[in-house]
Design a protein around this ligand. Structure first.
Ligand SMILES: NC(=O)c1ccc[n+]([C@@H]2O[C@H](COP(=O)([O-])OP(=O)(O)OC[C@H]3O[C@@H](n4cnc5c(N)ncnc54)[C@H](OP(=O)(O)O)[C@@H]3O)[C@@H](O)[C@H]2O)c1
Length: 293
């Protein structure tokens, strides 16, 4: 549900604070300043705000000063340990203020942060950052927000400065689920590529030649996404390129070949056990999506 704004007014009604001026916080602050927003910044190491104050940001002495000066505060901190520590320093009575944590963490982390913020009267948004600093600088960052829908609606125009904002759920932890799941998808795909390159290299295969075929192979995964989603939705699991017994044969062969390799077997023993359980139910003519039925 992308909310695109094609023509953005120079400023919005928000007063903004950015807490944590590392790579992401710095990029966000520059972006907001260049799109006409006054920004208050706070960083644990004050020296790291110098370029931002030179560019027009106001430096707060404490997180509490930053949050109370702003209608919308963005927490761009290393992790939720830092988020929880900063939230713990805030005073009560933050009604009318929104706090958004743009941080990679678990659903539990997000729920705890939401509790800390709302306990003080603030509205809370959690955000999964699927972008690096450059995307924030150009206003093209993919950020997934969840939590207080009213707060999201109130600040959408400001958040659109960073990239098309997407709201993914009313629970504080929905964004963390999306975020970690998307990271997991990337890790699985990329580590699959690394395992394949490792095996090819060890076998003396020319990596440039292998790479072209690997690209085609990964393309098959990408093009199969809509059909896979459709199979899950309908509960119909056609075999596609292979039936479950055929998959099991290849999975066992891979297990043999991957034994003792640097990155391990990629979780294939669990896949083999799952296929065996499905075969015991007589589901020989189904395809791989049946494994998560
Ligand atoms: N950078 C990326 O490409 C990227 C991509 C996707 C997601 N993310 C996520 O975005 C978040 C921010 O990443 P980043 O790259 O901006 O990190 P970063 O450059 O390492 O900056 C981290 C910031 O957190 C502050 N901090 C750390 N511990 C603190 C504490 N206990 N109390 C107060 N402040 C503390 C640091 O302050 P000091 O200056 O005092 O150390 C610094 O301002 C992370 O959750 C990261 O996983 C980043």
């Amino acid at each position: 549900m992308p909310l695109m704004t094609t023509t953005l007014p120079m400023t919005t009604a928000d007063r903004i604070a950015v807490i944590g001026t590392g790579a992401i916080g710095t990029a966000i602050t520059h972006r907001l300043l260049t799109t006409g927003h006054p920004v208050t910044v706070w960083n644990r190491t004050p020296d790291r705000t110098t370029t931002l104050t030179a560019a027009g940001a106001h430096r707060a002495a404490t997180p509490a000063e930053a949050v109370t000066s702003a209608t919308l505060t963005l927490l761009t901190l290393t992790d939720y340990t830092a988020v929880h520590q900063v939230l713990d320093t805030l005073p009560p009575g933050l009604d009318g203020h929104t706090i958004a944590a743009l941080c990679t963490g678990t659903p539990d982390d997000a729920r705890t942060a939401a509790h800390q913020a709302t306990h003080r009267g603030a509205r809370y948004l959690d955000a999964g950052v699927q972008a690096g600093p450059d995307a924030f600088t150009t206003g093209t960052a993919t950020v997934l927000y969840s939590g207080d829908r009213t707060a999201f609606d109130q600040h959408t125009e400001t958040l659109a400065r960073l990239g098309p904002p997407r709201f993914v759920g009313d629970t504080p932890h929905a964004a963390a689920v999306w975020d970690l799941t998307l990271f997991g998808l990337w890790y699985d795909a990329h580590l699959g590529l690394l395992r394949a390159l490792d095996t090819a290299r060890t076998a003396g295969i020319d990596l440039d030649e292998f790479a072209a075929t690997a690209t085609t192979q990964l393309g098959h995964v990408v093009t199969a996404v809509p059909a896979t989603v459709s199979e899950l939705r309908t509960g119909h699991h056609p075999p596609g390129p292979a039936t479950l017994p055929e998959h099991l044969t290849v999975v066992r062969q891979l297990l043999t070949m991957r034994a003792g390799t640097t990155l391990g077997d990629g979780g294939l023993p669990a896949v083999a056990a799952r296929i065996e359980a499905l075969l015991a139910q007589g589901r020989h003519q189904q395809g791989l999506t049946a494994t998560i039925d």
